[in-house]
Design a protein around this ligand. Structure first.
Ligand code: M6R
Length: 615
């Protein structure tokens, strides 16, 4: 949700700013901009509406003359104010302060009214511009840029990740974070800031992860950090294990495609060191995991979007296999109601980014409601707000996911939740050694099974053509496959803009069946499980209403025998844990190929951003 990059070096910074923005574009792409301090400490700024490519073209049209050793840049996901040039960052106050912002200043109207009385004028409709003016005003009474920022920040409520430069202090960038991620890249010929390490991998692998409330003064050869209370603090420098190539497209056309095909490896990486030949290592969830799990009596899962769908699958597993009660809720609802949280609850947050604002706030809310709960976060981001706030941490090891539509983060979350289910079941002594071995065997087979499911791509590609003229689609499944149907519908909506809904197949007759006609494709998932015969009856009900049906089946489900359905065998004889993971694959491929046919921007679908760090 907005990407920030900046740096102070002994070379020209513009190329790095653009390169960084390209890596951060997944965070938003409504507009972008950059600003440098040129030779005589004068601000030189360029901004464009739309993708970073437009900013690059804009700079080329100006003969790439914007150059300087210190600069900041931003790619925007609009919250306050439409995506226009005037609303694009960086914003400037009085030719003295310029800044880029990720987050929302909630009291900006009040601040704006006050600043208008002080003679400030506003060039944008954003909430951000008040920050620039507040810092400029504070500079009148403070002797350094950092003390001005420290003073100004006291008046803001809301969230911010900030990169700030000033024409009066041309040797430094000030970085500040509260509720939005920000890292400092420690370099040899300079120091940098970014919303995400990926933006800076070409210049450094050494990072300082700012903590909530930190404010840093960053010079070419010196970094000084203060905490929320103004105390000088020492934050550790960590070496990133990300490789620059990991974030490249390689031979693929889209990141989503690459990430779908990376799933076998991502799952291998997630399992590595977490299982032995025949057992799950409970310690993979942290040193205190065994002690915490032996105490818990129920589980509450909180997440958004795709991560929420993974949580829904886990509810079936946790109750069915580990015999522990489990509730799952979207974070944006949970955080604003007054839920009852019993002692001995394991409160799990699921999040690819670890930064989703609603999920982070839901966790904080839960801790306020009952401080006796234990918390676990399952995330793909080691250095994130959620990891800092949780007792137990489990990293999914999916590797960087750039496509806005989640794919490998979903299947690796499921693998992590399967390991958790098995661990809880073991500690509660409700699964025996044989059952544990079966689960481990199933998990180990996943990479091979996914490769087999991926072989159906050619057939799925042909089916995708049917969706070219469709406006709606219905996804059906029962049990865990209802959650997988929800994930399939979410994928189709996100990247092809076709309205899609998922229903438990048995619920159809209570209303949605009225929607069925020849223009409504129905996609069903038919594993060979105890609900198969019930599902077949539901499919007959749909078929007799004239729908065009596509069924992804287990070979032994024998849906083939029913007429007028396009049936694609995906796999055979899967267990309760492996089946939902494998049936996800054809749905990912289907939405990807429909999006290609609809010629949408697969990796950067309209109105979306990868990491939703605002409400
Ligand atoms: O980073 P998170 O897993 O917390 O993100 C949650 C959702 O924003 C995310 O899953 C979103 O729904 C994806 N675009 C789905 O493909």
């Amino acid at each position: 949700m907005c990407g920030i990059v900046g740096g102070v070096t002994n070379k020209d910074i513009t190329t790095l700013l653009l390169e960084g923005l390209n890596h951060l574009e997944y965070r938003g792409y409504d507009s972008s901009g950059l600003i440098v301090l040129s030779k005589n400490n004068i601000f030189d700024r360029a901004r464009s509406v739309g993708k970073v490519k437009n900013l690059e073209d804009n700079l080329k049209a100006r003969d790439n003359k914007i150059k300087g050793n210190i600069g900041i840049a931003h790619t925007r996901w609009a919250t306050h104010g439409e995506p226009t040039i005037n609303n694009a960052h960086p914003h400037i106050s009085m030719n003295s302060v310029s800044l880029v912002h990720n987050g929302i200043i909630e009291n900006y109207v009040e601040l704006k009214n006050d600043q208008l009385t002080k003679g400030y004028t506003f060039a944008s409709e954003t909430d951000t511009e008040v920050i620039a003016h507040a810092i400029d005003f504070a500079m009148k009474s403070c002797s350094t840029l950092i003390s001005s920022v420290q003073l100004a920040i006291k008046s803001f409520s809301g969230s911010y990740g900030l990169g700030i430069i000033s024409s009066k202090y041309p040797d430094q960038i000030i970085a500040a974070r509260k509720g939005s991620p920000l890292v400092i890249g420690v370099g040899v010929n300079g120091n940098y800031i970014a919303s995400d390490q990926m933006a800076l991998l070409s210049v450094t692998k050494e990072f300082i992860f700012l903590e909530e409330g930190d404010i840093a003064e960053i010079k070419i050869d010196k970094i000084t950090i203060y905490d929320l209370d103004g105390n000088l603090v020492d934050r550790p420098i960590k070496t990133s294990n990300l490789k620059p190539g990991q974030t490249d497209l390689g031979n693929y056309d889209h990141f989503m495609q690459k990430e779908i095909f990376e799933q076998p490896q991502a799952i291998r990486d997630t399992l590595e060191s977490r299982i032995t030949n025949d057992s799950v290592l409970i310690s993979a969830f942290g040193d205190k995991a065994e002690e915490i799990v032996s105490r818990i009596k129920q589980v509450q899962i909180i997440a958004c979007g795709t991560s929420y769908n993974a949580g829904l699958v886990a509810k079936y597993w946790l109750e069915d296999i580990a015999k522990i009660p489990c509730n799952v809720e979207v974070a944006s609802e949970y955080r604003y109601r007054h839920p009852i949280l019993l002692n001995n609850t394991l409160f799990i947050t699921l999040s690819q980014s670890g930064e989703t604002a609603d999920t982070v706030e839901a966790l904080k809310t839960a801790k306020k409601i009952n401080n006796n709960i234990s918390t676990l976060c399952i995330t793909n981001s080691a250095e994130s707000s959620l990891t800092r706030l949780s007792d137990l941490i489990f990293l999914t090891h999916a590797g960087p996911e750039i496509g806005v539509a989640s794919t490998k983060s979903f299947t690796t979350q499921l693998v992590s939740l399967a390991l958790l289910t098995c661990s809880i079941g073991k500690i509660k002594q409700v699964i025996n050694k044989k059952q544990e071995r079966e689960i481990v065997d199933g998990l180990k087979r996943l990479p091979g099974l996914i490769n087999e499911a991926l072989l159906q791509e050619t057939q799925i590609k042909k089916l995708a053509i049917r969706f070219k003229t469709k406006n709606s689609a219905l996804f059906l499944g029962r049990g865990t496959m209802h959650a997988i149907a929800m994930e399939g519908a979410l994928k189709l909506k996100e990247i092809s803009y076709i309205h899609a809904e998922a229903y438990p197949a048995g619920e159809l007759k209570h209303g949605p069946i009225a929607l069925i006609d020849k223009d409504m494709p129905v996609i069903a998932i038919a594993p060979n499980d105890e609900l198969l015969e019930k599902l077949k009856s539901n499919l007959q009900e749909v078929k007799s209403r004239g729908s065009q049906m596509i069924v992804f089946e287990d070979e032994n489900s024998k849906v083939q025998e029913l007429e007028a359905m396009e049936v694609i065998p995906i796999t055979s004889n899967l267990g309760r844990i492996t089946a939902p993971i494998i049936f996800t694959i054809p749905l990912q491929l289907l939405s990807y190929h429909v999006a290609l046919i609809k010629e949408t921007d697969v990796d950067k679908p309209r109105n979306l951003a990868k990491s939703v760090t605002v409400e």
